[in-house]
Write a protein that binds this ligand. Structure first.
Ligand code: SF4
Length: 229
């Protein structure tokens, strides 16, 4: 398992827990709004597993959970073994995924090795390839959504929105496709120097524009939130 980044502690990444975040290198998507360009492109030095396990040993009393983020962690062969090892230490595990590997997701959920899953829903299924700049099989995304919704694991689906990639009707379409799920979060795009599309090329929404949409989809979910507005 190759890690390229580490945030030692976070109070916001795992709901109501203190977590540490590890970023795995590489991704099979190229979402234009992505802020992790160096991680997606697998640049920089690898973080050694010795460092990670020494850190986790030392911080056992201060941390509740380990968030495995990316990049896309499910691309890596050693994910299962890594999770087993961290769980044996007593940590809760949160997995951030783009949902392209339903096989490993199914294995991890059915064996009870995950405590929280956050899956990005990039677009309505029919627009997935355009938004993610990839050649994926959207059947995998559908399958991952079903695995998560049918599991007993706590989870969230989340969508990053900007005007150039998703129209308001797209947000309604996504919501229909994941209707009945536990928690859905719409995150507004935030510009920055490390954005894959380059700074000043994508535009966030303003809250007023979304009001009507939110009134429509609000009750599709047990919990619905908007971030960065
Ligand atoms: S936003 Fe996530 S899925 Fe998209 S390119 Fe970045 S790391 Fe990959």
């Amino acid at each position: 398992m190759i890690f390229k980044g580490h945030i030692k502690s976070s109070f916001i990444d795992y709901p109501n827990k203190i977590s540490t975040i590890l970023f795995s290198g590489g991704c099979n998507f190229r979402c234009p709004y992505c802020h992790n360009s160096s991680i997606v492109n697998n640049c920089g030095e690898n973080i050694s597993h010795d460092y990670i396990f020494e850190f986790l040993n030392k911080r056992k009393k201060m941390l509740d959970a380990v968030c495995i983020s990316g990049g896309e962690p499910t691309l890596q062969d050693g994910l299962y073994e890594f999770i087993l090892k961290v769980r044996e230490m007593g940590y809760l595990i949160k997995l951030d995924t783009n949902g392209t590997n339903p096989l490993i997701l199914s294995k991890l959920t059915s064996e009870g090795l995950l405590d929280y899953v956050a899956m990005d829903i990039k677009a309505p299924l029919k627009k997935y390839k355009t938004v993610t700049k990839s050649d994926l099989d959207y059947g995998d995304i559908k399958q991952s959504i079903a695995i998560i919704m049918n599991s007993n694991i706590d989870y969230e689906f989340r969508t990053t929105i900007c005007k150039e990639l998703l129209k308001l009707e797209d947000i309604v379409d996504i919501s229909r496709e994941i209707k009945g799920s536990k928690r859905y979060i719409i995150q507004n795009f935030k510009d920055g120097e490390t954005v894959l599309a380059g700074k000043n090329n994508l535009t966030p929404y303003n809250k007023n524009a979304l009001e009507k949409v939110c009134n429509t989809i609000n009750n599709y979910f047990s919990e619905f939130k908007m971030r960065n507005f």
